[in-house]
Design a protein around this ligand. Sequence first.
Ligand code: AMP
Ligand code: GLY
Length: 424
Amino acid sequence: MNVLILGSGGREHTLAQKISESTKCNNLYVAPGNAGTLHCAKNLQLDILNFQEVADCIKTHDIDMMVVGPEAPLVEGIKDYFDSLTEFSDLKIIGPSKRGAELEGSKERAKEFMKAHKVPTAAYQSFDQASLEEGKTFLKTMTPPYVLKADGLAGGKGVLILSDIEEAQQELEHMLTKNKFGKASEKVVIEEFLDGIELSVFVLTDGKNYLTLPNAKDYKRIGEGDTGLNTGGMGAISPVPFADDEFMRKVEERIVKPSIEGLQKEQIDFTGFLFIGLMKVDNDPYVVEYNVRMGDPETEVVIPRIKSDFLDVLDKTSQGKINEAELIIDSRSAATVMLVSGGYPEAYEKGKTITGLDETQGVFVCHAGTKTENDQVFTNGGRVIAVTAFGNTFQEALEIAYQKADKINFEKKYFRKDLGKDLI
Ligand code: AMP
Ligand code: GLY
């Protein structure tokens, strides 16, 4: 098969590496890709939000399957675009329809879906500019901390958690009337605070049946001890030690099954990844959010643990036959450490030379934000490189990942040295 992966981060590099190992893979392309994807695929320069450009590329390269990495093209309806064109009726697509992608594209829609299908989640109400005063009154009925969520896509920055009622009311006003998060905060979901520990569960579904992939925990804050600003993710481990069999059974029965059944009941075309962000409160799971793609950096620990031919799994999924696919999981732990540019997630510099990449035998060096020129590799983003290692325990995996992370250098390199410490 000829496969095209859309995206340019660590998630896409990891998917490309795994798919390139498949005996079914003929030609593999990543658009636009990065300096890492060049080692296992061909990079194609294109604007993945310009569907006409993507369509031309699919024709030129005789693509059989397209795997959509990030959420933006899905929320913009890339699946529906190709479904509407008869010349692409044979194209296999991993990624849900626009209606499916609303589960990530609108927090209000996601909450309504959870309520309709009895999926446990925090109590909530949503507000718009016209109901600002009701929103402020509603806040007074809640106990702090107050959780305010911009309805639309806000690049992971649209959630505010505040302890002071006046500040919460003022931020609500800024979100609704002063475009704090642009169009994304034209509506705001106010929800009950869930006091627990977070983890991520990943499901691959053909819309009828599903496979549960390994779970993971990511580290979102920039600073050690989970302090400072939110980032795209500073590292991850899989499996999650506190998600034991009993807890995962609850996740499956209370959350995964009703979610997939909900998609079916609402006749939503959903072929792809459902990423369920969970909070474990006492011993029970609650959904914090749905995403309609794999997580990053969770992909860097989840996908390497899959030992089955992953392209075969995706192929069966795209044909509505996921029940015929088999998932073999490596029982070892995987951990990834993200190396970022100094200053990230605020302003940072790009174009720094990366050295030491050839001193990393035995680990997977996943490129997140890199580019190559004249055989040299340069930083090209806030998150630069994720180093993934295996071990018999997550501590062992982390120790190896940290050893190799020390070998890779670029000016103002930063990484968190406390990953996993919260779990011991
Ligand atoms: P979201 O974009 O909905 O995943 O929210 C971003 C982050 O805010 C989550 O990963 C949680 O750490 C936190 N968060 C969101 N909703 C809640 C909630 N109801 N209670 C506690 N923390 C939350
Ligand atoms: N690591 C969180 C995300 O991909 O949304």
